[in-house]
Design a protein around this ligand. Structure first.
Ligand code: SAH
Length: 248
């Protein structure tokens, strides 16, 4: 599939993915067109930046293939409305964090989606920095960072991330995220992440099944409905780098 979906420009890559059914939503297509992948890949050469394949970004991390990012966006799409709050755990290159920002934050000059927040969370300081540096390479990215609506933070993704509550007074919001994306394979469906979902909200998380010892990973889509009722659905088999302790 990869060869069919490369392009010589970002626009061509995304158009080819759309034509081949790797992107089915026009909203996702348009958001991906607004984020030039070359700012996030280890080389700006078109055969690297605009290939539908993963690339190493150092620290045992990879920027996933763009069809994996498209598929994560489409799985979370009902929870990526303008003004929503999104947590991207294992933000790595920052590419997917930037696409989430395109989906929930309206461009400058249009009415601001006041409540939107997108947070990229990394446990490796150099990768936290990398995401921010990559986003700052474009004018739109610089604007997003300056607006305070997009940020990259350092912490253990298995514990999620909290934001101060809107009421101020220094309290932290317990159920804050409309959508949580995990970009590395967890060992379990971390309950803290489910707890931090809004009602309604959705968690997208690859989990490695240990019991059969074959290391098979599956995407789990965990929904919390408006009444706080949680349902879990196993989706496709995948291969992600593991969600781990921070390397010493
Ligand atoms: N979506 C990113 C994926 C990067 S690879 C991209 O496409 O660029 C997975 C990332 O998860 C790595 O950057 C790794 O450092 C991070 N990671 C692994 N375990 C983590 C943890 N416990 N907390 C936060 N980030 C973690």
């Amino acid at each position: 599939m990869a060869w069919q979906c490369s392009g010589s420009t970002n626009e061509e890559l995304i158009d080819n993915m759309f034509k081949n059914g790797l992107i089915t939503s026009e909203r996702v297509r348009d958001a991906m067109k607004n984020v030039d992948r070359k700012y996030y890949t280890p080389s700006t050469a078109p055969e690297i930046a605009y290939a539908d394949s993963p690339q190493s970004i150092g620290h045992a991390a990879t920027i996933s293939a763009p069809h994996m990012h498209a598929s994560a966006c489409e799985a979370l799409l009902p929870y990526l409305a303008t003004g929503n709050k999104v947590l991207d755990i294992g933000s790595g290159s920052g590419y997917l964090t930037a696409i989430f920002a395109e989906l929930v934050i309206v461009p400058e000059g249009q009415r601001p989606g006041g409540t939107a927040q997108v947070v990229g969370l990394e446990h490796i300081p150099q990768l936290r920095d990398l995401g921010e540096l990559n986003l700052a390479k474009s004018r739109r990215g610089k604007e997003l960072l300056a607006s305070g609506k997009v940020s990259f933070v350092l912490g253990d993704g298995r514990k999620g991330w909290k934001l101060p509550s809107a009421s101020g007074e220094g309290e932290m919001e317990e159920e804050i995220w409309d959508a949580i994306h995990v970009g590395a394979a967890a060992k379990v469906l971390h309950p803290e992440l489910v707890k931090q979902l809004k009602a309604p909200g959705r968690l997208f998380i690859p989990v490695e099944e240990e019991e059969h010892g074959n290391g098979q990973q599956w995407i789990w889509v965990v929904d919390k409905d408006a009444n706080g009722v949680v349902t879990k659905k196993r989706a496709e088999g995948v291969r992600y780098v593991p969600l781990t302790d921070r390397p010493a």
